[in-house]
Design a protein around this ligand. Sequence first.
Ligand SMILES: [Zn+2]
Length: 183
Amino acid sequence: MGFLDFLKGEKKLQCPNCGADGAKQLKDGTIRCPNRACPNFDAGLAGAATPANWTAAGPPAGGPLSGLLSGLKSKKGGFVPARPIAIRYRNFQNQDKEFIADADATVRKKNHLVATVAPKGTKIALSRDRIQNLSEVENALPQKVESGQPWPSPRERQVLGYHKKHGTSSPLYQKIRAKYPNW
Ligand SMILES: [Zn+2]
């Protein structure tokens, strides 16, 4: 209040009671003084004279800002897909849902897609039969085999999986890997 009055051009004077600078005389003659020890002390006026107090008291500008900051803070632990894709899904109750998943973190397991979805990075298994935009989604997934190329045999998959997991290699692995460079 005192700060706004100051902006409006009310002149400041010395408090007649204690002599402190920055006192103010209202139209009715009342003296407002920034000195806390003075009987004329006015908290609003003191606040204007002491920006640190003014801030700590909860300034109008601080509310929205601190709200924004706490909003960012709560989002910090959130999941942000590297390559987001929307999966439209009809659940068993015939409700349509939309999940924002990370295409790079979505894998096919039999007739399901296991996807990591925003906002929390939850892993969910979605039945392919219930995905409304299945071809769009599957086209966005990392392609492990060339289109039209046969899937590797169980033995080949085992070799590929073993060496990938252990970070090792072998002549056989190199040979299979040459066929499936994106595996
Ligand atoms: Zn005073």
